[in-house]
Design a protein around this ligand. Structure first.
Ligand code: ARG
Length: 570
Protein backbone atom coordinates (compact mmCIF):
# COMPACT_ATOMS: atom_id res chain seq x y z
CA UNK A 1 0.00 0.00 0.00
CA UNK A 2 3.01 2.22 0.57
CA UNK A 3 3.34 2.73 -3.17
CA UNK A 4 -0.23 3.99 -3.45
CA UNK A 5 0.17 6.18 -0.41
CA UNK A 6 3.23 7.80 -2.00
CA UNK A 7 1.40 8.28 -5.25
CA UNK A 8 -1.62 9.90 -3.60
CA UNK A 9 0.60 12.05 -1.41
CA UNK A 10 2.31 13.40 -4.50
CA UNK A 11 -0.92 14.26 -6.26
CA UNK A 12 -2.27 16.04 -3.19
CA UNK A 13 1.04 17.81 -2.66
CA UNK A 14 1.02 19.13 -6.20
CA UNK A 15 -2.57 20.31 -5.98
CA UNK A 16 -2.09 21.93 -2.58
CA UNK A 17 1.37 23.31 -3.18
CA UNK A 18 2.97 21.65 -0.14
CA UNK A 19 5.70 19.05 0.20
CA UNK A 20 4.58 15.42 -0.18
CA UNK A 21 6.44 14.53 3.03
CA UNK A 22 3.87 16.63 4.93
CA UNK A 23 1.03 14.60 3.45
CA UNK A 24 2.21 11.01 3.23
CA UNK A 25 2.43 10.16 6.94
CA UNK A 26 -1.23 11.11 7.42
CA UNK A 27 -2.74 9.03 4.66
CA UNK A 28 -4.77 6.32 6.31
CA UNK A 29 -7.09 3.43 5.66
CA UNK A 30 -10.71 4.52 6.15
CA UNK A 31 -12.79 2.59 8.66
CA UNK A 32 -15.19 1.14 6.08
CA UNK A 33 -14.83 -0.07 2.51
CA UNK A 34 -17.52 2.25 1.13
CA UNK A 35 -15.31 5.17 2.04
CA UNK A 36 -12.65 4.00 -0.37
CA UNK A 37 -9.22 2.44 0.02
CA UNK A 38 -7.19 5.35 1.33
CA UNK A 39 -8.10 8.70 2.85
CA UNK A 40 -6.40 11.97 3.59
CA UNK A 41 -7.57 13.92 6.66
CA UNK A 42 -7.39 17.53 5.48
CA UNK A 43 -7.23 19.01 9.00
CA UNK A 44 -3.58 17.97 9.11
CA UNK A 45 -2.77 20.82 6.71
CA UNK A 46 -5.52 23.25 7.72
CA UNK A 47 -3.24 25.46 9.79
CA UNK A 48 -0.66 25.59 7.07
CA UNK A 49 -3.17 26.50 4.36
CA UNK A 50 -5.25 28.72 6.67
CA UNK A 51 -8.53 27.27 5.50
CA UNK A 52 -11.10 24.99 7.00
CA UNK A 53 -10.53 21.27 6.39
CA UNK A 54 -13.88 21.04 4.57
CA UNK A 55 -12.88 23.83 2.15
CA UNK A 56 -9.52 22.17 1.55
CA UNK A 57 -11.20 18.84 0.79
CA UNK A 58 -13.55 20.51 -1.72
CA UNK A 59 -10.79 22.50 -3.38
CA UNK A 60 -8.54 19.49 -3.73
CA UNK A 61 -11.40 17.47 -5.14
CA UNK A 62 -11.96 20.09 -7.85
CA UNK A 63 -8.29 20.28 -8.73
CA UNK A 64 -7.49 16.58 -8.99
CA UNK A 65 -8.62 14.43 -11.92
CA UNK A 66 -8.57 10.77 -11.02
CA UNK A 67 -6.15 8.77 -13.12
CA UNK A 68 -5.11 5.15 -13.00
CA UNK A 69 -4.62 3.55 -10.45
CA UNK A 70 -7.11 5.94 -8.82
CA UNK A 71 -10.66 5.36 -9.89
CA UNK A 72 -12.65 7.76 -7.77
CA UNK A 73 -12.10 10.63 -5.37
CA UNK A 74 -14.72 11.90 -2.94
CA UNK A 75 -14.79 14.61 -0.35
CA UNK A 76 -16.42 13.56 2.89
CA UNK A 77 -16.38 16.40 5.38
CA UNK A 78 -12.76 16.93 6.37
CA UNK A 79 -11.64 13.84 4.50
CA UNK A 80 -10.65 13.20 0.94
CA UNK A 81 -11.34 9.54 0.09
CA UNK A 82 -9.61 7.66 -2.70
CA UNK A 83 -10.82 4.46 -4.34
CA UNK A 84 -8.33 2.48 -6.33
CA UNK A 85 -9.08 0.75 -9.57
CA UNK A 86 -9.45 -2.87 -8.51
CA UNK A 87 -7.89 -4.36 -11.61
CA UNK A 88 -4.79 -2.14 -11.25
CA UNK A 89 -4.24 -3.05 -7.63
CA UNK A 90 -4.80 -6.74 -8.24
CA UNK A 91 -2.43 -6.82 -11.23
CA UNK A 92 0.25 -4.88 -9.32
CA UNK A 93 0.10 -7.07 -6.26
CA UNK A 94 0.10 -10.32 -8.17
CA UNK A 95 3.08 -9.41 -10.28
CA UNK A 96 5.04 -8.11 -7.28
CA UNK A 97 4.36 -11.07 -5.01
CA UNK A 98 5.01 -13.61 -7.77
CA UNK A 99 8.21 -11.92 -8.81
CA UNK A 100 9.73 -11.56 -5.34
CA UNK A 101 8.30 -14.71 -3.83
CA UNK A 102 9.67 -15.22 -0.29
CA UNK A 103 11.53 -11.92 -0.64
CA UNK A 104 8.30 -9.98 -1.04
CA UNK A 105 8.35 -7.13 1.44
CA UNK A 106 12.14 -7.23 1.73
CA UNK A 107 13.55 -3.75 2.19
CA UNK A 108 16.90 -2.17 2.60
CA UNK A 109 15.58 0.08 5.39
CA UNK A 110 18.19 -1.47 7.66
CA UNK A 111 21.14 -1.40 5.30
CA UNK A 112 24.39 -0.71 7.13
CA UNK A 113 22.66 -0.71 10.53
CA UNK A 114 23.23 -3.30 13.20
CA UNK A 115 20.57 -4.36 15.66
CA UNK A 116 21.61 -6.36 18.69
CA UNK A 117 18.77 -8.63 19.77
CA UNK A 118 19.20 -10.23 23.15
CA UNK A 119 16.72 -13.00 23.97
CA UNK A 120 16.13 -16.31 25.71
CA UNK A 121 18.81 -15.86 28.40
CA UNK A 122 17.91 -18.80 30.65
CA UNK A 123 19.76 -19.45 33.87
CA UNK A 124 22.12 -22.38 33.98
CA UNK A 125 21.51 -25.08 36.52
CA UNK A 126 17.83 -24.20 36.40
CA UNK A 127 15.09 -25.51 34.15
CA UNK A 128 14.39 -23.56 30.97
CA UNK A 129 11.31 -21.65 32.04
CA UNK A 130 8.11 -21.01 30.16
CA UNK A 131 8.98 -17.29 30.32
CA UNK A 132 12.35 -17.98 28.72
CA UNK A 133 10.43 -19.75 25.98
CA UNK A 134 8.38 -16.64 25.30
CA UNK A 135 11.54 -14.53 25.19
CA UNK A 136 13.12 -17.02 22.79
CA UNK A 137 10.14 -17.11 20.46
CA UNK A 138 9.61 -13.33 20.38
CA UNK A 139 13.33 -12.56 20.09
CA UNK A 140 13.92 -15.05 17.30
CA UNK A 141 10.95 -13.66 15.36
CA UNK A 142 12.25 -10.11 15.76
CA UNK A 143 15.65 -11.23 14.56
CA UNK A 144 14.15 -12.68 11.37
CA UNK A 145 12.01 -9.59 10.80
CA UNK A 146 15.03 -7.29 11.12
CA UNK A 147 17.03 -9.49 8.75
CA UNK A 148 14.16 -9.34 6.26
CA UNK A 149 14.31 -5.55 6.37
CA UNK A 150 18.01 -5.56 5.58
CA UNK A 151 19.48 -4.94 9.05
CA UNK A 152 22.58 -6.68 10.24
CA UNK A 153 21.52 -8.60 13.30
CA UNK A 154 23.59 -9.89 16.19
CA UNK A 155 21.62 -12.30 18.35
CA UNK A 156 22.82 -12.85 21.87
CA UNK A 157 21.82 -15.36 24.50
CA UNK A 158 22.76 -13.62 27.76
CA UNK A 159 22.85 -16.83 29.73
CA UNK A 160 22.53 -16.43 33.51
CA UNK A 161 25.72 -18.21 34.48
CA UNK A 162 27.03 -16.07 37.31
CA UNK A 163 25.82 -14.77 40.64
CA UNK A 164 25.39 -15.66 44.30
CA UNK A 165 23.19 -18.62 43.37
CA UNK A 166 26.33 -20.38 42.13
CA UNK A 167 27.87 -20.04 45.57
CA UNK A 168 24.85 -21.89 46.92
CA UNK A 169 25.05 -24.48 44.21
CA UNK A 170 28.76 -25.13 44.70
CA UNK A 171 28.20 -25.51 48.41
CA UNK A 172 25.25 -27.85 47.87
CA UNK A 173 27.00 -29.92 45.26
CA UNK A 174 30.08 -30.37 47.41
CA UNK A 175 27.83 -31.62 50.20
CA UNK A 176 25.03 -33.54 48.54
CA UNK A 177 25.93 -33.77 44.86
CA UNK A 178 26.05 -36.99 42.91
CA UNK A 179 28.27 -37.18 39.84
CA UNK A 180 26.27 -39.88 38.05
CA UNK A 181 22.95 -38.10 38.55
CA UNK A 182 24.58 -34.91 37.36
CA UNK A 183 25.65 -36.57 34.13
CA UNK A 184 22.34 -38.34 33.59
CA UNK A 185 19.98 -35.44 34.15
CA UNK A 186 21.98 -32.33 34.99
CA UNK A 187 19.26 -29.72 35.13
CA UNK A 188 16.99 -31.83 37.28
CA UNK A 189 19.77 -32.78 39.69
CA UNK A 190 21.04 -29.22 40.01
CA UNK A 191 17.54 -27.96 40.53
CA UNK A 192 17.00 -30.49 43.32
CA UNK A 193 20.18 -29.28 44.99
CA UNK A 194 18.98 -25.72 44.61
CA UNK A 195 15.70 -26.52 46.33
CA UNK A 196 17.47 -28.44 49.06
CA UNK A 197 19.88 -25.67 49.94
CA UNK A 198 17.06 -23.17 50.20
CA UNK A 199 15.37 -25.41 52.73
CA UNK A 200 18.59 -25.98 54.66
CA UNK A 201 19.42 -22.28 54.69
CA UNK A 202 16.18 -21.53 56.49
CA UNK A 203 17.20 -23.87 59.26
CA UNK A 204 20.85 -22.98 59.50
CA UNK A 205 22.16 -19.45 59.06
CA UNK A 206 25.77 -20.62 58.70
CA UNK A 207 24.94 -22.23 55.38
CA UNK A 208 24.08 -18.84 53.88
CA UNK A 209 27.45 -17.48 54.97
CA UNK A 210 29.26 -20.52 53.63
CA UNK A 211 27.49 -20.14 50.26
CA UNK A 212 28.48 -16.51 50.06
CA UNK A 213 32.06 -17.51 50.74
CA UNK A 214 31.84 -20.03 47.92
CA UNK A 215 30.72 -17.33 45.50
CA UNK A 216 33.57 -15.09 46.65
CA UNK A 217 35.97 -17.90 45.88
CA UNK A 218 34.46 -18.30 42.44
CA UNK A 219 34.77 -14.57 41.70
CA UNK A 220 38.36 -14.66 42.94
CA UNK A 221 39.11 -17.34 40.36
CA UNK A 222 39.57 -20.42 42.57
CA UNK A 223 40.37 -23.17 40.10
CA UNK A 224 38.46 -26.05 41.70
CA UNK A 225 35.30 -23.93 41.99
CA UNK A 226 35.70 -22.74 38.43
CA UNK A 227 36.03 -26.29 37.18
CA UNK A 228 32.80 -27.39 38.82
CA UNK A 229 31.00 -24.26 37.70
CA UNK A 230 32.18 -24.86 34.13
CA UNK A 231 30.80 -28.39 34.15
CA UNK A 232 27.41 -27.18 35.45
CA UNK A 233 27.40 -24.60 32.72
CA UNK A 234 28.38 -26.96 29.90
CA UNK A 235 25.85 -29.58 30.92
CA UNK A 236 23.03 -27.05 31.17
CA UNK A 237 23.91 -25.47 27.87
CA UNK A 238 23.81 -28.88 26.24
CA UNK A 239 20.23 -29.33 27.46
CA UNK A 240 19.21 -25.86 26.32
CA UNK A 241 20.70 -26.61 22.90
CA UNK A 242 18.14 -29.38 22.44
CA UNK A 243 15.31 -26.95 23.00
CA UNK A 244 16.83 -24.45 20.57
CA UNK A 245 17.21 -27.17 17.97
CA UNK A 246 13.53 -28.09 18.29
CA UNK A 247 12.48 -24.46 17.97
CA UNK A 248 14.88 -23.79 15.10
CA UNK A 249 16.57 -20.99 17.01
CA UNK A 250 20.21 -19.94 16.80
CA UNK A 251 22.42 -17.32 18.37
CA UNK A 252 25.48 -15.48 17.18
CA UNK A 253 26.80 -15.41 20.72
CA UNK A 254 26.01 -17.13 23.98
CA UNK A 255 28.39 -15.12 26.08
CA UNK A 256 26.57 -15.15 29.37
CA UNK A 257 26.98 -13.01 32.45
CA UNK A 258 30.31 -14.62 33.39
CA UNK A 259 31.86 -13.34 30.18
CA UNK A 260 31.81 -9.81 31.54
CA UNK A 261 33.54 -10.38 34.87
CA UNK A 262 36.93 -9.19 33.67
CA UNK A 263 35.32 -6.10 32.14
CA UNK A 264 33.83 -4.92 35.40
CA UNK A 265 36.84 -2.98 36.75
CA UNK A 266 36.70 -0.65 33.75
CA UNK A 267 32.95 -0.21 34.15
CA UNK A 268 33.45 0.69 37.80
CA UNK A 269 36.16 3.14 36.90
CA UNK A 270 33.82 4.99 34.55
CA UNK A 271 31.14 4.99 37.24
CA UNK A 272 33.60 6.34 39.79
CA UNK A 273 35.07 8.94 37.43
CA UNK A 274 31.58 10.15 36.62
CA UNK A 275 30.99 10.61 40.34
CA UNK A 276 28.09 8.23 40.37
CA UNK A 277 29.12 5.82 43.09
CA UNK A 278 28.17 6.12 46.71
CA UNK A 279 28.18 3.88 49.75
CA UNK A 280 25.08 2.61 51.41
CA UNK A 281 25.19 0.06 54.20
CA UNK A 282 28.66 -0.99 53.05
CA UNK A 283 27.40 -1.70 49.54
CA UNK A 284 28.32 0.40 46.53
CA UNK A 285 25.34 1.91 44.71
CA UNK A 286 24.25 4.47 42.15
CA UNK A 287 21.66 6.67 43.76
CA UNK A 288 18.68 7.22 41.46
CA UNK A 289 16.38 9.04 43.86
CA UNK A 290 16.35 12.12 41.65
CA UNK A 291 14.79 9.99 38.95
CA UNK A 292 12.23 8.45 41.23
CA UNK A 293 13.82 5.06 41.13
CA UNK A 294 15.44 2.87 43.75
CA UNK A 295 19.26 2.80 43.77
CA UNK A 296 21.14 0.42 41.51
CA UNK A 297 23.44 -1.92 43.41
CA UNK A 298 26.92 -2.22 41.92
CA UNK A 299 28.83 -4.17 44.54
CA UNK A 300 27.57 -5.96 47.62
CA UNK A 301 29.02 -5.48 51.08
CA UNK A 302 30.98 -8.72 50.63
CA UNK A 303 32.55 -7.17 47.55
CA UNK A 304 30.90 -9.44 44.99
CA UNK A 305 29.33 -8.13 41.78
CA UNK A 306 25.69 -8.14 40.78
CA UNK A 307 23.40 -8.80 37.83
CA UNK A 308 23.31 -5.05 37.16
CA UNK A 309 27.09 -4.64 37.26
CA UNK A 310 27.44 -7.33 34.65
CA UNK A 311 24.71 -5.78 32.50
CA UNK A 312 26.45 -2.40 32.51
CA UNK A 313 29.71 -4.02 31.43
CA UNK A 314 27.87 -6.04 28.76
CA UNK A 315 26.19 -2.99 27.24
CA UNK A 316 29.47 -1.07 27.00
CA UNK A 317 31.25 -4.06 25.52
CA UNK A 318 28.53 -4.63 22.92
CA UNK A 319 28.44 -1.00 21.82
CA UNK A 320 32.18 -1.13 21.27
CA UNK A 321 32.11 -4.46 19.50
CA UNK A 322 29.04 -4.06 17.28
CA UNK A 323 28.50 -0.31 17.16
CA UNK A 324 24.78 -1.05 17.19
CA UNK A 325 22.09 1.22 15.83
CA UNK A 326 19.71 -0.32 18.36
CA UNK A 327 20.00 -2.91 21.08
CA UNK A 328 16.90 -4.68 22.34
CA UNK A 329 16.46 -6.83 25.42
CA UNK A 330 13.59 -9.30 25.16
CA UNK A 331 12.84 -9.88 28.84
CA UNK A 332 9.61 -10.21 30.85
CA UNK A 333 7.83 -7.09 32.12
CA UNK A 334 8.78 -8.07 35.67
CA UNK A 335 12.13 -6.46 34.91
CA UNK A 336 10.78 -3.18 33.48
CA UNK A 337 11.96 -1.06 36.37
CA UNK A 338 15.33 -2.76 36.32
CA UNK A 339 15.86 -1.86 32.66
CA UNK A 340 14.80 1.73 33.26
CA UNK A 341 17.48 1.88 35.95
CA UNK A 342 20.06 0.25 33.69
CA UNK A 343 19.46 2.65 30.80
CA UNK A 344 19.42 5.64 33.15
CA UNK A 345 22.77 4.69 34.66
CA UNK A 346 24.29 4.23 31.19
CA UNK A 347 23.01 7.68 30.29
CA UNK A 348 24.47 9.17 33.48
CA UNK A 349 27.78 7.52 32.61
CA UNK A 350 27.78 9.75 29.55
CA UNK A 351 26.77 7.22 26.92
CA UNK A 352 24.36 8.97 24.57
CA UNK A 353 23.63 5.60 22.93
CA UNK A 354 21.72 4.61 26.06
CA UNK A 355 18.78 6.07 24.14
CA UNK A 356 19.20 3.31 21.55
CA UNK A 357 18.68 0.57 24.12
CA UNK A 358 15.16 -0.80 24.47
CA UNK A 359 13.53 -3.18 26.86
CA UNK A 360 11.14 -5.30 24.82
CA UNK A 361 8.95 -6.61 27.60
CA UNK A 362 6.34 -9.32 27.55
CA UNK A 363 3.60 -10.49 29.88
CA UNK A 364 3.33 -13.56 32.08
CA UNK A 365 2.66 -17.02 30.75
CA UNK A 366 0.22 -19.08 32.77
CA UNK A 367 -0.12 -22.79 32.34
CA UNK A 368 -3.56 -24.36 32.19
CA UNK A 369 -4.48 -27.09 34.67
CA UNK A 370 -3.83 -29.87 32.23
CA UNK A 371 -0.37 -28.62 31.51
CA UNK A 372 0.41 -28.25 35.17
CA UNK A 373 -0.18 -31.97 35.43
CA UNK A 374 3.10 -32.57 33.59
CA UNK A 375 4.88 -31.33 36.73
CA UNK A 376 7.91 -33.22 37.92
CA UNK A 377 8.08 -32.49 41.60
CA UNK A 378 7.26 -28.82 41.81
CA UNK A 379 8.24 -27.77 38.39
CA UNK A 380 6.96 -28.00 34.82
CA UNK A 381 9.71 -28.83 32.36
CA UNK A 382 9.44 -27.24 28.96
CA UNK A 383 10.64 -30.39 27.22
CA UNK A 384 7.64 -32.20 28.71
CA UNK A 385 5.22 -29.53 27.51
CA UNK A 386 6.62 -29.69 23.99
CA UNK A 387 6.68 -33.49 23.89
CA UNK A 388 3.07 -33.67 25.11
CA UNK A 389 1.96 -31.11 22.52
CA UNK A 390 3.52 -33.17 19.75
CA UNK A 391 1.89 -36.32 21.11
CA UNK A 392 -1.53 -34.65 21.11
CA UNK A 393 -1.03 -33.37 17.59
CA UNK A 394 -0.20 -36.90 16.52
CA UNK A 395 -3.50 -38.04 18.05
CA UNK A 396 -5.47 -35.38 16.20
CA UNK A 397 -3.86 -36.50 12.95
CA UNK A 398 -4.91 -40.07 13.64
CA UNK A 399 -8.43 -39.23 14.77
CA UNK A 400 -9.05 -37.15 11.67
CA UNK A 401 -7.62 -39.88 9.50
CA UNK A 402 -5.42 -37.39 7.72
CA UNK A 403 -3.69 -39.26 5.00
CA UNK A 404 -0.09 -38.06 5.19
CA UNK A 405 3.12 -39.46 3.76
CA UNK A 406 5.05 -38.49 6.90
CA UNK A 407 2.66 -38.06 9.86
CA UNK A 408 5.47 -37.95 12.44
CA UNK A 409 7.14 -35.02 10.72
CA UNK A 410 3.82 -33.17 10.50
CA UNK A 411 3.08 -33.87 14.17
CA UNK A 412 6.40 -32.30 15.14
CA UNK A 413 6.02 -29.31 12.80
CA UNK A 414 2.46 -28.63 13.89
CA UNK A 415 3.02 -29.34 17.60
CA UNK A 416 5.98 -26.99 17.76
CA UNK A 417 4.18 -24.49 15.56
CA UNK A 418 1.31 -24.51 18.05
CA UNK A 419 3.66 -23.73 20.94
CA UNK A 420 5.44 -20.96 19.05
CA UNK A 421 2.25 -19.36 17.82
CA UNK A 422 0.72 -19.39 21.30
CA UNK A 423 3.56 -17.07 22.33
CA UNK A 424 3.00 -14.70 19.43
CA UNK A 425 -0.76 -14.64 18.98
CA UNK A 426 -1.31 -11.79 21.44
CA UNK A 427 0.42 -8.47 21.94
CA UNK A 428 3.71 -8.87 23.75
CA UNK A 429 2.71 -7.08 26.90
CA UNK A 430 -0.44 -9.10 27.46
CA UNK A 431 -0.42 -12.08 29.79
CA UNK A 432 -1.20 -15.32 28.04
CA UNK A 433 -2.24 -18.77 29.10
CA UNK A 434 -1.12 -21.99 27.55
CA UNK A 435 -4.02 -24.28 26.94
CA UNK A 436 -3.84 -27.30 24.66
CA UNK A 437 -7.39 -27.10 23.35
CA UNK A 438 -6.84 -23.55 22.14
CA UNK A 439 -3.30 -24.06 20.88
CA UNK A 440 -4.32 -27.06 18.83
CA UNK A 441 -7.64 -25.80 17.53
CA UNK A 442 -7.28 -26.32 13.79
CA UNK A 443 -10.21 -23.98 13.16
CA UNK A 444 -9.28 -21.22 15.53
CA UNK A 445 -6.77 -18.65 16.62
CA UNK A 446 -3.82 -20.98 16.35
CA UNK A 447 -0.64 -22.00 14.56
CA UNK A 448 -2.18 -25.22 13.27
CA UNK A 449 -5.00 -23.18 11.71
CA UNK A 450 -2.47 -21.16 9.70
CA UNK A 451 -0.48 -24.23 8.77
CA UNK A 452 -3.64 -26.06 7.78
CA UNK A 453 -4.72 -23.15 5.58
CA UNK A 454 -1.32 -23.23 3.93
CA UNK A 455 -1.62 -26.96 3.26
CA UNK A 456 -5.12 -26.48 1.86
CA UNK A 457 -3.82 -23.84 -0.56
CA UNK A 458 -1.03 -26.18 -1.63
CA UNK A 459 -3.62 -28.83 -2.27
CA UNK A 460 -5.68 -26.51 -4.50
CA UNK A 461 -2.54 -25.67 -6.45
CA UNK A 462 -1.64 -29.35 -6.78
CA UNK A 463 -5.11 -30.09 -8.08
CA UNK A 464 -4.74 -27.36 -10.69
CA UNK A 465 -1.87 -29.43 -12.00
CA UNK A 466 -0.53 -26.90 -14.49
CA UNK A 467 2.23 -24.31 -14.15
CA UNK A 468 1.12 -21.29 -12.22
CA UNK A 469 1.69 -18.05 -14.06
CA UNK A 470 3.16 -14.94 -12.41
CA UNK A 471 0.59 -12.69 -14.09
CA UNK A 472 -3.03 -12.98 -15.01
CA UNK A 473 -5.96 -11.07 -16.38
CA UNK A 474 -7.14 -9.04 -13.38
CA UNK A 475 -10.46 -8.34 -15.07
CA UNK A 476 -11.32 -11.96 -14.40
CA UNK A 477 -10.95 -11.40 -10.67
CA UNK A 478 -14.08 -9.47 -9.92
CA UNK A 479 -15.35 -11.12 -6.76
CA UNK A 480 -15.30 -8.86 -3.71
CA UNK A 481 -13.22 -11.49 -1.86
CA UNK A 482 -10.60 -11.33 -4.56
CA UNK A 483 -10.16 -7.63 -4.13
CA UNK A 484 -10.04 -7.97 -0.34
CA UNK A 485 -7.38 -10.64 -0.58
CA UNK A 486 -5.29 -8.57 -2.98
CA UNK A 487 -5.56 -5.55 -0.70
CA UNK A 488 -4.44 -7.64 2.27
CA UNK A 489 -1.46 -8.92 0.34
CA UNK A 490 -0.60 -5.36 -0.60
CA UNK A 491 -0.25 -4.25 3.02
CA UNK A 492 2.10 -7.09 4.04
CA UNK A 493 5.27 -5.04 3.52
CA UNK A 494 3.81 -2.23 5.69
CA UNK A 495 2.99 -4.78 8.40
CA UNK A 496 6.59 -5.96 8.50
CA UNK A 497 7.84 -2.42 9.00
CA UNK A 498 5.31 -1.82 11.76
CA UNK A 499 6.35 -5.06 13.45
CA UNK A 500 9.99 -3.98 13.40
CA UNK A 501 9.26 -0.41 14.55
CA UNK A 502 7.20 -1.57 17.52
CA UNK A 503 9.19 -4.75 18.19
CA UNK A 504 5.85 -6.53 17.86
CA UNK A 505 5.65 -9.83 15.94
CA UNK A 506 1.95 -10.01 16.80
CA UNK A 507 1.23 -7.61 13.91
CA UNK A 508 2.30 -10.44 11.63
CA UNK A 509 0.32 -13.09 13.53
CA UNK A 510 -2.91 -11.16 13.30
CA UNK A 511 -2.25 -10.25 9.68
CA UNK A 512 -1.84 -13.94 8.82
CA UNK A 513 -4.99 -14.89 10.71
CA UNK A 514 -6.95 -12.27 8.76
CA UNK A 515 -5.43 -13.33 5.47
CA UNK A 516 -6.35 -16.97 6.11
CA UNK A 517 -9.83 -15.89 7.20
CA UNK A 518 -10.34 -14.09 3.88
CA UNK A 519 -8.91 -16.95 1.91
CA UNK A 520 -11.01 -19.58 3.63
CA UNK A 521 -14.19 -17.59 2.98
CA UNK A 522 -13.15 -17.33 -0.65
CA UNK A 523 -12.43 -21.05 -0.82
CA UNK A 524 -15.75 -21.99 0.72
CA UNK A 525 -17.96 -19.49 -1.06
CA UNK A 526 -18.61 -21.38 -4.27
CA UNK A 527 -22.13 -22.30 -5.15
CA UNK A 528 -21.71 -23.21 -8.80
CA UNK A 529 -18.84 -24.79 -10.77
CA UNK A 530 -17.78 -21.43 -12.26
CA UNK A 531 -17.64 -19.97 -8.80
CA UNK A 532 -14.92 -22.15 -7.35
CA UNK A 533 -11.24 -21.40 -7.48
CA UNK A 534 -10.65 -24.15 -10.00
CA UNK A 535 -13.49 -22.72 -12.08
CA UNK A 536 -14.90 -24.56 -15.05
CA UNK A 537 -13.83 -21.49 -17.05
CA UNK A 538 -10.14 -21.99 -17.89
CA UNK A 539 -9.12 -18.32 -17.91
CA UNK A 540 -10.85 -17.65 -14.61
CA UNK A 541 -9.30 -20.71 -13.00
CA UNK A 542 -5.91 -19.54 -14.18
CA UNK A 543 -6.36 -16.08 -12.66
CA UNK A 544 -7.72 -17.44 -9.40
CA UNK A 545 -4.91 -19.92 -9.06
CA UNK A 546 -2.43 -17.12 -9.62
CA UNK A 547 -3.97 -15.11 -6.81
CA UNK A 548 -4.14 -18.20 -4.60
CA UNK A 549 -0.47 -18.83 -5.19
CA UNK A 550 0.26 -15.30 -3.98
CA UNK A 551 -1.62 -16.04 -0.78
CA UNK A 552 0.54 -19.13 -0.38
CA UNK A 553 3.74 -17.13 -0.87
CA UNK A 554 2.84 -14.49 1.69
CA UNK A 555 1.53 -17.02 4.20
CA UNK A 556 4.69 -19.06 3.81
CA UNK A 557 6.86 -15.97 4.27
CA UNK A 558 4.95 -14.84 7.36
CA UNK A 559 5.02 -18.29 8.97
CA UNK A 560 8.76 -18.47 8.37
CA UNK A 561 9.35 -15.07 9.93
CA UNK A 562 7.44 -16.14 13.02
CA UNK A 563 9.38 -19.39 13.20
CA UNK A 564 6.68 -21.86 12.11
CA UNK A 565 7.22 -24.38 9.39
CA UNK A 566 4.71 -24.60 6.57
CA UNK A 567 3.91 -28.22 5.69
CA UNK A 568 2.51 -28.70 2.20
CA UNK A 569 0.25 -31.50 3.28
CA UNK A 570 -1.86 -31.78 6.38
N1 ARG B 1 18.68 -14.59 33.06
C1 ARG B 1 17.73 -13.57 33.35
C2 ARG B 1 16.47 -14.18 33.94
O1 ARG B 1 16.20 -15.33 33.76
C3 ARG B 1 17.35 -12.79 32.14
C4 ARG B 1 18.47 -11.97 31.54
C5 ARG B 1 17.97 -10.79 30.81
N2 ARG B 1 18.98 -10.03 30.17
C6 ARG B 1 19.74 -9.13 30.73
N3 ARG B 1 20.66 -8.56 29.99
N4 ARG B 1 19.59 -8.75 31.97
O2 ARG B 1 15.72 -13.48 34.58
Amino acid sequence: MKKYKNHIAEIIARAAGIGAEKIEPFIETPPSEEMGDLAFPCFTVARHLRKSPQTIAQELLNKITPQDPIERIEADGAYLNFSLRHASLIADVISEVSEFSDDYGKRDTGKGKTVVVEYSSPNIAKPFGIGHLRSTVIGAALKRIFLHLGYDVVSINHVGDWGTQFGKLLYAYKRWGDESRLQADPVEHLYDLYVKIHQEEEKNKDIADASRAEFRKLEDGDSESLKLWKSFSDLSKREFAQIYRMLGVEFDSDDGESFYIDKIPETEKILRDSGLLSESREATIVDLEKFDMPPMLIRKSDDTTLYATRDLAAAIYRKRKYDFHKMIYVVGVAQSLYFRQLFKVLELMGFSWAADCHHVGFGWVKLGDEMMSTRRGNIVFLEDVIAKTIERTRKIIEENKMDLPDPDRVAVDVGIGAVIFADLAYKRDSDISFDWDKMLDFKGYSGPYLQYSHARICSVLRKYGKDIPGRCDPELLRLPEEYQIAKKLAIYPDILIKAADDFEPQFISSFLLELCGLFNTYYQRYRSPEDRILSSDGGTARSRVTLTNCVRIVLHSGLKLLGLSAPEMM
